[in-house]
Design a binder for this molecule. Structure first.
Ligand SMILES: [Zn+2]
Ligand SMILES: [Zn+2]
Length: 126
């Protein structure tokens, strides 16, 4: 009986609410590789990259698929520079763990999501 109580107390201490988890993710600071300023993920926009191909014969790219997280970018709110996740110095330690392993939706972490298809960057309808 006592052991059970101790266990539940232990669990309560280690559990953070989904709201707290999201708050921590949004407040996480990363450095812009262009202007070297720090900015929070919650204050920046996520660039969802896509790779395209032609579904018919010809050169027209008419079918787009979302790229994997490491090949997407995060837009700096201060200089608008695009921080490519794969080569970002905080990629493995901060960015990828927060987005993938915390199980949070990018739509909830970032201020906005922009879809990039080739040269076009379009704001996503929310
Ligand atoms: Zn396709
Ligand atoms: Zn910047």
């Amino acid at each position: 009986m006592d052991t059970q109580l101790d266990n539940s107390r232990e669990n309560a201490r280690d559990t953070i609410t989904p709201e707290e988890k999201l708050k921590r993710a949004r407040e996480t600071m990363i450095m812009c590789t262009h202007c070297l300023s720090d900015f929070s993920l919650g204050n920046s926009e996520f660039i969802q990259d896509h790779y395209g191909h032609s579904s018919k014969t010809g050169n027209l790219v008419d079918c787009w698929h979302p790229s994997e997280l490491p090949t997407c970018s995060i837009k700096c709110p201060l200089c608008s520079g695009l921080n490519y996740i794969y080569t970002h110095p905080q990629s493995r330690q901060v960015i990828i763990p927060i987005i993938i392993f915390m199980g949070l939706q990018k739509e909830n972490i970032f201020k906005g999501i922009l879809d990039r298809k080739g040269d076009q960057i379009l704001s996503r309808q929310q």
